[in-house]
Design a protein around this ligand. Structure first.
Ligand code: HEC
Ligand code: HEC
Length: 311
């Protein structure tokens, strides 16, 4: 091992100073300091980060009130209740603030309020308002309703009613539709397989199908009519079988099927089977309530949207 010498010299070829360390008699190291601009840029990033930490939410720390340092920067926006709220900088408050100041967003909110305050008949007549309802309503419907009722509102037979055929279980007045959306609905029809024999259910199915003009066995349909009027069916569906909106009991005479998949049946026998299945098994389904999840104005827009679609 040779001894390490310390002697700062200049390299004769490049003119650069060495660090003064010499290994193995000749091996030396250049002393090339970092360029000043680089160093200052580096110090700059450190200074920037310190300022950033002071202004914006940064370090997680158990000592701070919120579990992290919130920073000095604040955002002011108006809460849902109309109060001015000042809070530490955060993206949710930033979004709220932008929504309150963005010109398009303000226009949209103004339009929603206007539509909500206008009687439906006038919304329908006003091309600007109805165009707005169709566009904006489609968005809300897509977010909250389409998962069940499908994006066009056509529903799924047996599961979710069609909302665009202007046939309503629970009533089609704007006030009825509003109550449906606000409070939700429970569609219930008892199963009859325990109380009626298979022959009786077949007869009732023949009668129900005859009401929609389907070809059925007239004798069975006549028997079915008697069952309908004596075994409780008419109590819910009315003797004329046109349904009661207070119970959400289907109109059985309108050729519109929400539960029995008659349109999907390819033979008269399959149609009987589809109706028998409903009479035997009953119905239990629920429309959720939206009152706590949508604003009053949004619900009004949805009512107008459904009325426009089902016109
Ligand atoms: C989880 C599934 C589901 C969602 C989501 C849903 N619905 Fe429904 N909706 C139903 C069911 C099921 C019924 C049928 C209730 C019954 O059998 O009486 C129904 C019924 C309705 C009816 C009554 C139809 C009639 O014929 O009277 C309206 C109106 C309606 N929904 C609107 C909406 C709107 C608007 C939304 C979105 C805010 C929505 N629904 C979201 C399941 C849903
Ligand atoms: C307690 C009240 C009640 C009684 C009793 C009742 N129903 Fe219903 N029925 C309903 C309701 C409510 C619906 C609609 C439910 C829904 O779609 O959510 C319905 C729906 C139906 C449907 C489906 C219609 C469609 O559009 O697909 C048929 C068919 C039907 N009832 C026939 C009968 C027959 C036949 C009887 C007697 C054997 C009967 N119901 C007794 C309440 C009743």
């Amino acid at each position: 091992m040779s001894e390490i010498k310390h002697e700062v010299t200049k390299d004769p070829i490049t003119g650069v100073e060495t660090t003064g360390h010499v290994w193995d008699d000749t091996l030396q190291e250049f002393n090339n300091p970092l360029p000043a601009w680089w160093l200052w840029a580096f110090y700059g990033t450190i200074i920037f980060s310190i300022i950033y930490w002071i202004i914006y939410p940064s370090w997680p720390t158990g000592l701070a009130e919120r579990g992290f340092l919130t920073g000095l920067s604040t955002i002011e926006f108006t809460s849902d209740k109309g109060e001015k709220v000042t809070t530490h900088w955060n993206t949710r408050a930033l979004l709220a603030q932008e929504m309150q100041n963005d010109e398009n967003e303000l226009k949209r909110q103004k339009m929603v309020k206007e539509v909500a305050a206008t009687p439906l008949a006038d919304v329908v007549k006003d091309p600007t308002k109805s165009a707005f309802v169709l566009a904006y309503g489609k968005g809300i419907f897509g977010d909250y309703c389409a998962a069940c009722h499908q994006s066009g509102g056509q529903g799924v037979i047996g599961n979710f009613p069609n909302l665009v055929d202007d046939s309503w279980l629970w009533g089609g007045d704007p006030a009825d539709i509003e109550t449906t959306i606000r409070k939700g609905r429970k569609g219930h029809m008892p199963a009859h397989k325990g109380t009626l024999s298979d022959e009786q259910i077949t007869a009732a199915a023949n009668y129900v199908l005859s009401l929609s003009g389907e070809k059925v066995d007239p004798e069975l349909a006549a028997k079915g009519k008697e069952i309908f009027n004596t075994k409780g069916c008419s109590g819910c569906h009315t003797p004329a079988a046109t349904g009661m909106k207070a119970l959400g009991s289907a109109n059985l005479t309108d050729k519109i099927w929400t539960q029995a998949n008659v349109p999907g049946a390819d033979s008269p026998e399959a149609k009987i089977e589809a109706v028998k299945k409903i009479i035997a098994g009953g119905i239990d389904r629920e429309m959720p309530a939206w009152e706590s999840r949508l604003s009053n104005d949004e619900i009004k827009v949805l009512v107008a949207y459904l009325k426009l679609l089902s016109q």
